[in-house]
Design a protein. Structure first.
Length: 160
């Protein structure tokens, strides 16, 4: 019975990762990995081996990395310059602090667009680069949600 209660409690915490993914509050897959690791420690690695934790860690790390890289890759493909990407990164951070959960996307967009306009004086091209960054970030979010479900299913397979 104690094992069942522990599994239910851990699954509740893992589902908090979904909310975090959608609301962009904190690195959700990293949080899910930490919860899984705590479960393994509490369970003395009886139901979750180090190899299985390594697989979950790889999923979590790849999801977090892809989430950030795809936004900048989308902007770069759409014509943003390196300086604009830096301003976009700063805008994303400021946006997440000031207007969670969607301030990150708005900050990324505004950082890229304003930088492109000020530095390179190209209005339409700056909008294209900004939208490319937002579309890349949305693609990263979609991939992250897919990886969330993969993580959750594998976790359940591993512990059962």
């Amino acid at each position: 019975m104690d094992q069942l209660l522990l599994v239910i409690l851990i699954i509740i915490f893992l589902l908090a990762g979904v909310v975090s993914t959608v609301l962009l509050i904190f690195p959700s897959l990293a949080f899910m990995f930490i919860v899984s690791f705590i479960y393994a420690l509490i369970d003395h690695f009886q139901h979750l081996s180090a190899l299985e934790l390594g697989i979950l860690a790889a999923i979590a790390a790849s999801g977090e990395v892809l989430d950030y890289i795809l936004g900048f890759l989308g902007a770069k493909i759409s014509g943003a310059r390196f300086k604009s990407l830096l301003w976009g990164a700063l805008g994303m951070i400021v946006g997440l602090i000031l207007y969670p959960p969607f301030g990150g996307l708005a900050g990324l967009f505004l950082g890229i667009v304003i930088s492109e306009i000020i530095i390179f004086k190209k209005g339409f091209k700056s909008l294209k680069a900004g939208f490319g960054g937002v579309l890349g970030s949305i693609a990263g979010l979609i991939i992250k949600i897919i990886l969330f479900f993969l993580f959750l299913v594998l976790f359940l397979i591993f512990i059962l």
